[in-house]
Design a protein around this ligand. Sequence first.
Ligand SMILES: Cc1ncc(COP(=O)(O)O)c(C=O)c1O
Length: 356
Amino acid sequence: MKVYNFSPGPAKLDTSIISKSQEAMFNFQNTGLSILEIGHRSKEFEKLMNSLQENIRNIFNVPTNYFTLFLQGGATFQNTFIANNFDIREKDLGCLVTGTWGKNTFDDFSKIRETKLIELSQDEIENFVENSDDFKNVDYLHLTSNETINGVQLREFNKINHDSLLIDMSSDIGSYTFEWDNIAYIYAGAQKNMGIPGVSICIGDEKHLNSEGNSKYLNIGQLVEKKSLLNTPPTFSIYVLKLVTDWMIEMGGIEYFEEKSVSQSSRVYKQLESYKNFLNLPVCDYSKSRSNIIFKFKDNDLEKKFLHEAGEKGILGLNGHRSEGGIRISLYNSITDEMVDYLSEFIEQFFTNNGR
Ligand SMILES: Cc1ncc(COP(=O)(O)O)c(C=O)c1O
């Protein structure tokens, strides 16, 4: 049976990336070696790292005074990494929390240094963005652009009146354009829009590179100086990330993915809203995520039936996070219009058969 993978991550990859990875498993760039065996100090891997850097700079329009890093430890490691860098121990640190992942970051930051908490419900975010003067006194402000579990997104961070934002973009990186003017650092685990687990993409302003005295893997200055090759990097995850960046450029860059993300998400939201009698869609228009659409059925049994029948039709990954329940439809960059058509037909059929 053909499957339609709407998982929240690790997520669907374009099939071209899987085919290329398969070839490289046996013979990476005619070396006779598998990508799994390639040395991270080899000239082939050095070339791969250089083109990856170049692709990332092109895709995200990275200013020349910003560094790029590819690290292990997932987005979770970044909580410890950030709190030990950027001179943060000497400065005021704030966390703008709009959901579960931001709260996790706040909890980790707080174990390392005092952190101010600004917690907003999904319907308070718009007002905060418009009137964010209160927080400009914090030296660094962390936020999570897309709360994967709660389906809440804050894309207009360039409107926030703060000049040093630290942003967890794990679940929406590469799905819309933004300016770097007030951004000190962004990071994202690759496993949603940009590849597979094992590598995080980090991009930051060089003026924050001061980490003397930190142990090796917490030392952002050394990691940048060694071009992410301070120790053995996750070579295969980096290889897949490079393939994804090639594919993104080929498809038309972020502009292409932004247009697709707007059109697919608005289509799904519109359809779900037409079944409002059966569903609760908890997030207000301003904060609605284009990457993770969440909702609950008013009738629990009907929800179970929906998930069961979706599974029978090969539609996978629709369960909400275990902490929230409900349904979550993840519309990452690799989701095709054909997949959305299929999902949408299923939804229509389901409600036709179940009381509408
Ligand atoms: C927004 C966000 N931040 C952080 C994480 C944690 O990522 P990791 O498992 O790579 O540590 C996730 C995981 O889904 C996420 O969606």
